[in-house]
Design a protein around this ligand. Structure first.
Ligand SMILES: [Zn+2]
Length: 143
């Protein structure tokens, strides 16, 4: 999670919403890391999780990442949760809750939906306070 938080901090410095993600293979090696780049790429889908999943899948030459763990500083949105399920990621660790945009414990609750055919093991609140502080600081500075 410290690595994901570093990605979130780097995203904030680029003027992006500070969210970071790190993907680890079944041996625990980091295979991809990314921060939000929606503004830099003019791409509403360029969330940290999506970028990390794309990079890891490209490196693996596979659209699935069985046995992999995704660490992300904020509760994934419904789009990212769907991508996590599609990639068959085994374990999801996330930091802060996101009652407004989250799609795991809030809103669409993608993994609990009957249409979802892969549910990762989910651990929330990992480094949540630090992630929340980063987000609060970022949005406070913009008001
Ligand atoms: Zn997302």
């Amino acid at each position: 999670m410290p690595h994901a938080l570093a990605q979130a901090r780097a995203a904030a410095l680029r003027g992006e919403v500070p969210v970071g993600a790190v993907l680890c293979d079944p041996a625990g090696r980091v295979v991809a890391a990314a921060g939000n780049r929606t503004r830099a790429l003019s791409d509403p889908t360029a969330h940290a999780e999506i970028l990390a999943i794309r990079a890891a899948c490209a490196a693996a030459g596979s659209e699935r990442l069985p046995g992999h763990a995704l660490w992300v500083t904020l509760e994934p949105c419904p789009m990212c949760a769907a991508a996590i399920a599609a990639a068959r990621i085994a374990t999801l660790y996330y930091g802060a809750d996101d009652p407004r945009m989250g799609g795991v414990a809030h809103g669409a609750r993608v993994f609990d939906h009957p249409q979802c055919h892969h549910r990762p093991v989910v651990y929330d609140g990992i480094g949540g306070a630090e992630s929340q502080a980063l987000l609060r600081g970022f949005f406070a500075a913009r008001r």
